[in-house]
Design a protein around this ligand. Structure first.
Ligand SMILES: [Zn+2]
Length: 305
């Protein structure tokens, strides 16, 4: 799926002698969300919008794969209204999600006992409730007003709405800041990482989980089941992923934003038996391939002391 040819696109430029020169085949419409580089090559030809304008490209400098340019309406809290959250309330679904959160919490607890925890992008607040029940002092922030309302209801107290970089009124500094599958949705994941670092106490722990671009077993299963490749970008998707991280590029973006002691692990968060089985196979194959192949990954990283 990694196609080496460059992408056509970019704005025609005028040469020094005044003639129009053809647009560079490797120039991105926007800076790389990780390193700011402007050179990028087509990564996945199948993941293009119908208008052929939007494409997944790979930064020539840091190797991050991202959607270029940003599709209109890609980050819209209207996508996260009541209809988005309703399926999560189904009893079986909620039980599976509670088990998932407890698994994640065990990984977290192994690295940072207990303390003050901030979950940025807290959705309906179930993780915050599970963490609070386990003895953590919790706060949340959610950019969707509907999610924040549901979180507030679940916790019995107000949960902040908005952008972590701009919101006031949160306590802190925090021992732990968690970003569960948030970074991939953002136009600028580095802005959120900087804001998260600013909310951590010195030596505090950042936990950032994202889908894994190296999820080859899940891609193979999708191709068999659906008869087509798993697209990285689909026009009109409700929750488009604007950045696609691998273990290598997740580590790189954290390093560039000043985190240290970075550890990348599998994030075993699949809820259905079929997906969990595929992820179990991926987990077992990972050591043989020398890289993590699970459907999602999670980074643990420290703010320097
Ligand atoms: Zn880059």
């Amino acid at each position: 799926m990694n196609e080496p040819d460059g992408r056509a696109g970019g704005v025609p430029r005028t040469g020094a002698e005044g003639r129009d020169v053809p647009p560079s085949r490797t120039r991105a419409h926007r800076p790389c969300p990780c390193c700011g580089g402007l050179e990028a090559r087509m990564f996945d030809r199948s993941s293009r919008g119908a208008d052929q304008e939007h494409a997944t490209v790979r930064c020539s400098a840091c190797a991050l794969v991202f959607v270029d340019p940003v599709p209109p309406g890609a980050v819209d809290h209207a996508s996260y209204g009541a209809a988005y959250y309703e399926p999560w309330q189904e009893r079986r679904e909620e039980r599976a999600r509670i088990r998932m959160w407890r698994r994640r919490l065990r990984l977290l607890k192994a690295r940072r006992g207990r303390g003050a925890l901030l979950d940025a992008g807290c959705g309906d607040g179930l993780f915050l409730k599970v963490a609070r029940d386990a003895g953590w002092s919790v706060e949340g922030i959610e950019f969707s007003p509907e999610g924040a309302r549901r979180s507030s209801q679940r916790l019995g107290r107000p949960v902040a709405v908005g952008d972590l970089a701009a919101v006031s009124g949160l306590r802190g500094p925090f021992d732990v800041v968690t970003l569960w599958h948030v970074l991939e949705h953002l136009v600028s994941p580095t802005n959120l990482l900087d804001a998260a670092r600013g909310r951590l106490r010195a030596g505090g722990l950042l936990v950032a989980a994202v889908p894994n671009l190296d999820n080859l077993p899940m891609r193979a299963a999708y191709r068999v089941a659906r008869g087509r490749p798993l697209p990285l970008y689909e026009e009109g998707a409700r929750e488009p992923h604007l950045s696609h991280f691998s273990p290598v590029t997740l580590r790189e973006v954290l390093r560039r934003r000043g985190f240290e002691s970075i550890e990348i692990r599998a994030d075993l968060c699949a809820l259905t038996p079929a997906k969990r089985a595929i992820d179990a196979v991926a987990f077992c194959l990972s050591p043989l391939c020398g890289r993590l192949l699970t459907d999602a990954i999670v980074a643990f990283a420290r703010r320097p002391r």
